[in-house]
Ligand binder design. Structure first.
Ligand code: SF4
Length: 363
């Protein structure tokens, strides 16, 4: 996480790549249209690294997470040329039982609403012990001892008593802690957190973020953190991907993204956060809303809302290009590479798009 212990990109490169997502495309087939909820995203998560995905509701963040967990339900499907590799093993060709082994074992997920993960009719202790039985083969007193330790680790006081209580006897923050304990019971290498603090008040939110930071430091797990909140993403991430209408439009190490945002959408998101704009009487907002991506990306999906749009944005799809020479910072926008003329940039993006299409066809 983005803490005192945060490493430079060079250090991070030495760490094991746990998850590698490449050209992930997840679509929903309805009678009327195909919704391209995730439309060609690429990223990696290394051990001990937190990768943030930020964007407005409807940008495709949660579908990305559900795709990695094998939780996309009909009429949705992961398109054939997508790749999700965990420690080098392809997951997209998994059978349901293979997904089940991965889910909750190697890769665990914490949802926004803890009640999604907790069964109201079982005690919290029973549910943690069930996870310990399934994933660590612990039973009886051994499982009780480990469940108690996990509740203590996530900061729940009086753990032996709390184990015997039901989810409704826990506050919202305590429930989210219990869900994190359940996720840890599976001993995961990757933890996917989908808006885990959105439903919590600010104080509890800070405590949960601190807890995740502590767990990561102790266990060295890779974390994928999804949120619509730029303030939270700044606090937790080592690297940030900004998502819009199914695509990553900007990707950079966290400090670089905040100091030097390149894509007009990222710039708009940053203009709208209070902490970065103290003293402004009115915060800027991005007019309009995220469109549902239903057609081929032959243009910039942000164009209708973009204050810098020009004619070509309506007919050329912006590909991801490097926007800085000294850091791994890319943006998908026809304004870059900024050392080129407008005409050259348009040609650069068209050529990159043709290359990508050719690669896709030859696979
Ligand atoms: S490609 Fe054009 S419309 Fe899209 S973000 Fe860049 S300038 Fe704006």
């Amino acid at each position: 996480m983005n803490s005192d212990t945060m490493t430079t990109p060079t250090d991070a490169d030495d760490r094991e790549t746990l998850l590698s997502v490449s050209n992930l495309r997840t679509s929903f087939y309805t009678d009327k249209e195909v919704i391209r909820a995730v439309d060609g995203v690429d990223f990696e998560i290394r051990a001990g690294e937190t990768v943030g995905i930020v964007g407005e509701s409807g940008s495709g963040k949660s579908v990305t997470a559900r795709s990695i967990m094998g939780l996309v339900e009909s009429p949705g499907r992961i398109e054939p040329d997508s790749s999700i590799q965990y420690r080098g093993n392809e997951l997209t060709t998994n059978s349901e039982s293979e997904w089940q082994d991965i889910r909750g074992g190697d890769i665990a997920m914490v949802f926004q609403d803890p009640l999604t993960s907790l069964n109201p009719v079982y005690t919290v202790g029973n549910q943690i012990k069930e996870a310990l039985r399934l994933h660590q083969n612990l039973r009886g007193s051994e499982a009780t001892k480990e469940a108690t330790r996990l509740l203590q680790e996530v900061g729940i006081p009086d753990a032996p008593r709390r184990l015997r209580e039901y989810p409704h006897q826990f506050s919202g923050g305590m429930r989210q802690r219990a869900v994190i304990a359940m996720a840890l019971a599976c001993d995961p290498s990757v933890l996917i957190c989908d808006e885990p603090t959105t439903a919590l008040d600010v104080t509890i939110q800070a405590q949960i973020l601190e807890l995740l930071d502590k767990i990561q430091e102790e266990e060295g797990i890779g974390i994928m953190f999804i949120t619509h909140d730029m303030g939270v993403i700044a606090e937790v991430s080592d690297r940030v991907n900004v998502m819009y209408a199914g695509e990553f439009v900007e990707s950079a190490p966290v400090e670089d993204l905040f100091e030097n945002p390149k894509h007009p959408y990222t710039q708009g998101l940053l203009e709208s956060i209070p902490s970065k704009n103290a003293g402004k009487r009115r915060l800027d907002t991005i007019e309009g809303e995220v469109p549902t991506p239903t057609d081929d990306p032959t243009y910039c999906r942000f164009a209708p809302r973009c204050p810098k749009a020009f004619d070509e944005c309506e007919v050329v799809h912006p590909e991801s290009v490097q926007v800085q020479s000294d850091v791994d910072h890319s943006a998908a926008c026809l304004l870059y590479p900024d050392e080129q003329s407008t005409e050259e940039r348009v040609t650069t993006h068209q050529a990159a798009g043709d290359d990508a299409a050719e690669t896709g066809e030859s696979q």
